[in-house]
Design a protein around this ligand. Structure first.
Ligand code: HEM
Length: 361
């Protein structure tokens, strides 16, 4: 049995007892235990390490309640509170991983787009009415959410982040995934996106039902229903959609095919420009309904992208972003920052959002 397993098992009855006696709701009480993820480093192999590990585990049993519980008589929360510099280190590591895609021969030479999609899909499950879903619990780690059709292909991004989690075990998955979304945008020459830590790891029971993420085959009513449920307005819907300047569709993930722009690893307002400037026709192919540009036939738009120039209210904002990249950057950064905090109770944040340094600075 590994040291971590021993420790986890030893902690379990104490955690359970404390939960049972906690005066608040079970979910919140559980969340409070994981304000900061404090998994220890894996021990070195060998007997000495084993003895040290077992002794530490025994001490940990007693100390766990005192040091990591909100119910602690000492009122002390986590043993290790990471600093901004710690988060910058995680950011820098993610930036290296984003770059490593070119050596790996992945897509267009960047893991940025798929990491941004992970951050968005983990946040975009939020329901403002029931206050469920969102980035707080990183429930896409669990079945059934990992198997939801909309999340096809995101195992690539989750696996990449698993390596970072091993290196920085104190970070919660929700913080890690949203930080990766921020790094993706900034490292692909996008705007600075304010971010702050505070998300906690949840459980399978926190998984959201299938159907909370948008279906690309539908129209404006559906897009509004999905994003209004999260609490966004038309302007924010259009700004967020500009993320499709990045990345591409994969036939083995969504069934759709191709990139939206000629520069899928750089944040630009080209997505809006192309929507207005190109002639878009339905592609004749053996796949789901999607549009292609008449001129080069190498770009694509989803039906939900095309509604941005068909719907009067959406079109107004799309035109403004096509005409003004600075405006798009400003509104995109603000909407993404809000997206990544959906579902996180504000009392879990201990500070104001701040910006992390990009390696392009
Ligand atoms: C109506 C709303 C949206 C729909 C229907 C939609 C749909 C899709 C689909 C079908 C794909 C292709 C997945 C694949 O085959 O790999 C995709 C990719 C992507 N989406 Fe969206 N999306 C929406 C909104 C957003 C938002 C709000 C963001 C971020 C803020 C975003 C970021 C991305 C990125 C970066 C990719 C590229 C992923 C890659 O290259 O692997 N999308 N989206």
């Amino acid at each position: 049995m590994s040291f971590q397993t021993t420790l986890r098992r030893a902690r379990a009855p104490i955690r359970a007892a404390a939960l049972a006696s906690a005066p608040r709701s079970a979910t919140f009480a559980r969340a409070a235990f994981r304000r900061y993820s404090t998994e220890p480093e894996p021990p070195k192999k060998g007997n000495t390490a084993l003895y040290i590990g077992l002794t530490a585990a025994a001490l940990g049993v007693g100390a766990y309640f005192i040091y990591t519980s909100d119910e602690s008589p000492l009122g002390v929360k986590a043993t290790y509170v990471p600093t901004r510099e710690d988060y910058q280190k995680v950011y820098n590591r993610i930036a290296e991983i984003i770059e490593s895609a070119s050596d790996a021969g992945y897509d267009d030479g960047s893991y940025g787009p798929v990491l941004l999609r992970l951050a968005w899909h983990s946040s975009g499950t939020y329901d403002e009415q029931t206050k469920t879903g969102g980035s707080n619990y990183a429930t896409m780690r669990f079945n059934p959410e990992s198997g939801h059709g909309a999340n096809a292909g995101l195992d690539v991004a989750r696996n990449l982040m698993e390596g970072v989690k091993k290196e920085f075990p104190w970070i919660s998955y929700g913080d890690l995934w949203t930080l990766a979304g921020v790094a993706a945008i900034q490292e692909m020459a996008g705007p600075k996106v304010p971010w702050r830590p505070g998300r906690v790891d949840g459980f399978t029971e926190n998984c959201t039902p299938d159907g909370r993420l948008p279906d690309a085959a539908q129209g404006a009513d559906h897009v509004r229903a999905i994003f209004y449920r999260m609490g966004f307005n038309d302007q924010e819907i259009v700004a967020l959609s500009g993320a499709h300047a990045l990345g591409r569709c994969h036939t083995n993930r969504s069934g759709f095919d191709g990139p939206w722009t000629f520069s899928p690893t750089t944040v630009t307002n080209d997505y809006y420009k192309l929507l207005f400037e190109e002639s878009w026709v339905w592609r004749k192919w053996n796949g789901p309904k999607q549009l292609q540009d008449k001129k080069t036939k190498s770009l694509m738009m989803l039906p939900t992208d095309y509604v941005l120039v068909q719907d009067k209210s959406f079109k107004k904002y799309a035109k403004a972003y096509a005409d003004n990249q600075d405006l798009f950057f400003k509104d995109f950064a603000a909407a993404v920052a809000r997206l990544f905090e959906l579902g996180v109770p504000t009392n879990q944040f201990s500070e104001e959002p701040y910006t992390l340094k990009s390696t392009l600075d």
